[in-house]
Write a protein that binds this ligand. Structure first.
Ligand code: HEC
Ligand code: HEC
Length: 480
């Protein structure tokens, strides 16, 4: 077969009677065709995906919606300009709520959560290098954020978040206001509880006064100035009827009763002590310090200071049992920087670090290997035992009715050891019952919501009536 025969035949020439204008080459892509067609397709997509939804989609505000206060709006600008959104998302998905038991994902975000000019453009983000921010408000006290933004390693020793210590104090405060506003009404409730818990911890140790500006208890104190229930001259170390100091009594009530006398279930051995020490150095040293004295780099900016573990008898005359320490790690300190490690450490890790803490007074941190003989066994003092006998567990549980009031739920988070009929003089001064505590949180919540509402009104935002926003029906308290 010759080469000639093997060739594919050329296209036959077009007959001459087909006009030049309708020849095939007219249908080929010309530069004009590419430009005009491309633009047409582009604008069709922009119109249907961007312009139409922006113009027509106006979701009603959600039942968790709150406007931002002026401080939060300014903090938002700092959040956007510092690229926080590149590492932090701002929405929870249904699967997050399903998977996460913690308050971080209390509910799935709804379009109506982002309503309002002050929330536009949104901070939804797309990456979760760090935790999601949609429900961050009230998770930590302001002091924790101050330390964390100053240097994230001071509160979270292994953090990869960069330092924001180049921001001015004022800018940091604004950024904190924005952080504390994330999560709408649920966050405002949690923030009110956090502020109240933090204040009461300080009042209890004599570090706060009743008349402190912006004290959450201002309304209660004003009401009770004349009633005689207030003991303005009282001191934290004044004795309660059980013989324990009032300071010790409030300390006890910040732990659930079922942990009061619980001992460490792990075997006391060097392996467990060493595991505990590793956890301590990785997670706790930033606040409690490399020496265990509570003077870590994160402590400086906190209002309630981290606990000092170097003293042979822990705390005041009451002391802290291993069970109470476990409870503190599992569920956080109510309103303090002491975080909830229940979602990050295993049960064994928590018990082993609690075991290790008891070697610190005898050199557990100084020596490379903590040994069994360094372990300081704890026995409750007489007065504390009497207090526990007078306040049995059964009494509390039979005494506490179910409640769907979010402020009562928050009060029980602050004082998980308290029964309905108990009364404690916090700091020896201020009479606190669960009911009063719920009242304090309610007034603090009202103040936070009102400030945000008034600010948004002044900015001329389109707002529903205040009563609709204040309404707390169906709300549930999710503690940090
Ligand atoms: C490089 C990524 C990155 C950037 C940028 C970043 N973060 Fe973070 N952020 C993290 C990581 C990782 C964590 C978790 C560890 C920790 O707590 O530091 C975190 C934690 C946090 C937390 C604590 C959350 C919690 O519940 O414990 C807050 C609040 C926070 N970041 C706010 C911010 C703000 C505000 C900015 C901007 C000023 C910012 N972050 C910038 C990565 C980042
Ligand atoms: C961000 C700072 C911070 C970090 C990190 C931190 N703590 Fe704390 N911790 C505190 C503060 C503040 C207190 C005092 C207030 C309180 O009891 O809530 C405290 C209190 C405690 C208490 C209660 C002591 C008592 O008798 O009342 C224990 C136990 C404790 N921390 C253990 C730990 C352990 C173990 C770790 C590490 C896994 C840790 N903490 C990490 C700040 C921190």
């Amino acid at each position: 077969m010759s080469d000639q025969e093997n060739r594919i035949p050329e296209h036959p020439p077009l007959p001459d009677d087909i006009p030049q204008s309708s020849r095939r080459r007219r249908m080929l892509m010309t530069p004009q065709m590419v430009v005009i067609g491309g633009l047409l397709a582009f604008f069709t997509v922009v119109f249907s995906v961007v312009i139409m939804p922006t113009a027509t989609y106006k979701p009603a505000i959600s039942d968790n919606w709150l406007p931002l206060s002026d401080a939060a709006v300014n903090g938002r600008a700092i959040y956007l300009s510092n690229g926080c959104v590149y590492c932090h998302s701002g929405f929870s998905r249904p699967q997050d709520v399903f998977a996460g038991s913690s308050a971080l994902y209390a509910r799935a975000s709804q379009p109506g959560d982002y309503r309002g000019v002050s929330q536009s453009p949104n901070t939804l983000g797309s990456v979760r290098t760090g935790p999601d921010m949609s429900n961050q408000g009230g998770m930590h006290p302001d002091g924790w954020h101050r330390s964390h933004y100053w240097n994230p390693r001071s509160t979270t020793p292994m953090s990869i978040m960069q330092r924001f210590n180049f921001l001015s104090q004022d800018d940091l405060d604004l950024l904190i206001s924005f952080t504390q506003s994330q999560g709408g009404k649920l966050a405002a409730l949690r923030y009110a509880a956090t502020r109240t818990g933090n204040y009461l911890m300080r009042l209890n140790t004599g570090k706060a006064t009743l008349d402190e500006p912006d004290a959450p208890v201002a309304d209660l104190v004003a009401q009770e100035r004349a009633s005689g229930v207030l003991r303005p001259q009282g001191k934290p170390m004044d004795k309660a009827p059980s013989g324990m100091s009032w300071m010790g009594v409030w300390h006890m009530n910040s732990f659930s009763r079922s942990y009061w006398l619980t001992d460490n279930p792990l075997e006391l051995n060097e392996g467990n002590l060493m595991r505990g020490k590793a956890t301590y150095l990785q997670r706790c040293s930033g606040c409690h310090g490399a020496k265990g004295d509570g003077k870590g780099p994160g402590a400086e900016r906190l209002r309630v200071k981290p606990f000092d573990f170097t003293k042979p008898t822990l705390a005041d005359d009451s002391g802290t049992s291993s069970g109470m320490m476990y409870h503190r790690l599992l569920t956080a300190g109510p309103g303090t920087a002491m975080e909830n490690f229940g979602t990050r450490l295993s049960v064994n890790e928590i018990w082993s670090v609690v075991m290790f803490l008891r070697t610190i007074p005898n050199g557990g941190l100084e020596e490379t290997l903590p040994t069994v003989d360094m372990y300081e066994r704890w026995n409750p003092p007489e007065s504390q035992l009497r207090y526990m006998q007078e306040n049995p567990i059964e009494e509390m549980y039979s005494d506490l009715p179910q409640t769907d009031d979010p402020f009562e739920q928050a009060a029980r988070w602050i004082a998980p050891g308290m029964a309905q009929s108990d009364m404690v003089y916090v700091g020896g001064k201020l009479a606190i019952t669960l009911e009063r505590l719920a009242g304090v949180i309610r007034s603090e919540y009202g103040r936070i919501v009102k400030t945000a509402y008034d600010d948004a009104k002044k900015r001329g935002e389109d707002l529903p009536p205040l009563a609709q926003i204040m309404d707390t029906k169906g709300m549930i308290f999710y503690g940090p």
